[in-house]
Ligand binder design. Structure first.
Ligand code: AMP
Ligand code: ZN
Length: 482
């Protein structure tokens, strides 16, 4: 099964061909660890965790290396540590900085674990790679791609011909649009910081340019090089990182003479009820806030997966309800057909734990998670092992079930789905398909309206219609059709 991925660098979907199928390598920019992860931060985590799972399925669990870093050099971390010290907290500033990073990292792993994210194979901290960053900067200075000035080291952007190729902009366009910092020690306002001096109350390391700390971009270049090598397969992150962060990573690594990443992937941003999530709009919340309100992590994850990763995604209450219902229905259909944690264990041991080829095919098409979910509705309706085993497999592949003890919880009775309703809806969908084939649009619309009135959500995937009861599901509307 060939995986297709949209490569930002060439602006089209490409057949994914790993450099070494025995070791498929992916790097994703991780969080700056100054506070709890907000809901938007969970998007790249869930998207690339899903890709990680698909790669493991395709190439084998031991043949994928996923690295996601922690950026633990940041002025906001320092500010919190300093405030704590001024408020009388014990320990040196360095201790307090470490404490803040450590607590934020443990929250992050806990919250992301709750939304079904596996831990990557390596989760390096920038502060453990200072020597590697210094070596890389020295290499760039030697090659004239960087220079030292007033305690700083700066990357000479105009020395790299292809700067801007990822985001498809010219250097001059970027200067016009970007908030580039003009500083007297820069040769060109576009040049960016590789190293900067630290004051006594800022964390700092000795370097050929004096005591200081690295710029953000060099961190990822150095960690990716050390853990994945000069050339690797996939580099991911949010859309907002394309410029300048990813352009700068490419410039640094390429100018060191490395191939760097072949495929660049970017997730679109998250919004809340149609609006940008921001503190000033009062619609800002963290993953932890939702978990504390009792929204299960799997429901949060499913809401994300309902939208393709390259589309802006909206968090809404309606979607939360819809996702909750879908998950409950999948678990309930498995329970009703006698599936237990033991059954799943048995299937895995006997080699009968099989994936549905169509589900994997849809998912392999640039991570079409919503299409894959539609396929799961079809599998759930089969109500035989031929559908239900692949359904369970799919739930695990999408990270929606990470612990099969969910099957032990009191059977989730599907009270509002009487048996007759399933057959009426299935029949209406077939009739609607027939009407469409006969180009009888009036009849097709009438049937669709009827289904809508009952709150049934119909999705057409590759010519097959699937349905789920939506949040306003009311089968009584269809009672006359029994
Ligand atoms: P940060 O800690 O701000 O560097 O962000 C960590 C990751 O979260 C990056 O990959 C960002 O692109 C991503 N991110 C931040 N805000 C959002 C958002 N609203 N929607 C989706 N991804 C986001
Ligand atoms: Zn990065």
């Amino acid at each position: 099964m060939t995986i297709k991925l949209y490569n930002t660098k060439v602006r089209k979907k490409v057949d994914f061909e790993p450099i070494d199928p025995n070791n498929v390598r992916m790097y994703v920019c991780g969080p700056t660890v100054y506070d709890r992860a907000h809901l938007g931060n969970a998007r790249p985590v869930i998207v690339f965790d899903t890709l990680f799972r698909l790669l493991r399925h395709t190439y084998g669990a031991d043949h994928v290396t996923y690295v996601r870093n922690f950026t633990d050099v940041d002025d906001k971390i320092n500010a919190t540590a300093l405030a704590r010290q001024q408020a009388g907290a014990a320990g040196t500033l360095e201790d307090l900085i470490n404490e803040r990073s450590n607590e934020t990292i443990s929250w992050y792993l806990e919250d992301m674990g709750a939304v079904g994210a596996m831990e990557p194979n390596a989760a390096p901290r920038a502060t453990d790679y200072i020597a590697e960053m210094i070596a890389m900067i020295e290499n760039l200075i030697e090659k004239d791609h960087a220079y030292a000035a007033e305690g700083h080291a700066l990357f000479r952007v105009r020395s790299y011909q292809d700067y801007g190729a990822l985001s498809g902009r010219s250097v001059d366009d970027m200067i016009a649009g970007a908030r580039v910092e003009v500083a007297p020690f820069k040769e060109d306002p576009m040049d960016f910081v590789l190293w900067k001096p630290s004051t006594d109350d800022q964390p700092g390391w000795d370097s050929p340019w004096g005591r200081g700390r690295p710029g953000w971009h060099i961190e990822c270049s150095a960690m990716a090089l050390d853990l994945l090598g000069e050339e690797f397969d996939i580099h991911g992150g949010g859309n907002d990182l394309q410029f300048p962060h990813h352009e700068n990573e490419i410039a640094q690594s390429t100018c060191c003479g490395h191939g760097f990443a072949n495929v660049w992937m970017h997730n679109e941003m998250l919004q809340v009820e149609g609006k940008k999530m921001s503190k000033s709009l009062g619609n800002f919340f963290t993953v932890r806030d939702l978990l504390d309100q009792g929204v299960p992590g799997e429901v949060i994850r499913l809401v994300f997966l309902l939208t393709h990763y390259r589309k802006p995604m909206d968090w809404t209450e309606a979607k939360r309800g819809e996702a909750e219902k879908m998950l409950a229905d999948w678990v309930s259909v498995l329970q009703k057909h006698g599936y237990s944690p033991k059954t799943i264990e048995g299937l895995k041991a006997s080699g009968d734990w099989v994936a549905d080829a169509e589900f994997i095919g849809v998912l392999s098409n640039d991570l079409n998670t919503s299409g894959a979910i539609s396929r799961m509705h079809v599998l759930a309706k089969a109500k035989t092992a031929a559908g239900l085993v692949p359904l369970a497999h799919a739930l695990e592949t999408l990270g929606l079930v990470t612990d099969w003890s969910v099957l032990e919880t009191a059977a989730n009775q599907d009270d509002d789905m009487p048996d007759w309703a399933t057959s009426v809806i299935d029949r209406l969908i077939v009739e609607r398909g027939n009407a469409r084939d006969a180009k009888d649009w009036g009849e097709a619309d009438r049937l669709r309206d009827l289904l809508n009135a009952a709150g049934v959500q119909v999705t057409d995937v590759a010519g097959t219609a699937t349905w789920v009861p939506g949040p306003n599901f009311d089968p009584s509307v269809l009672e006359g059709l029994k």
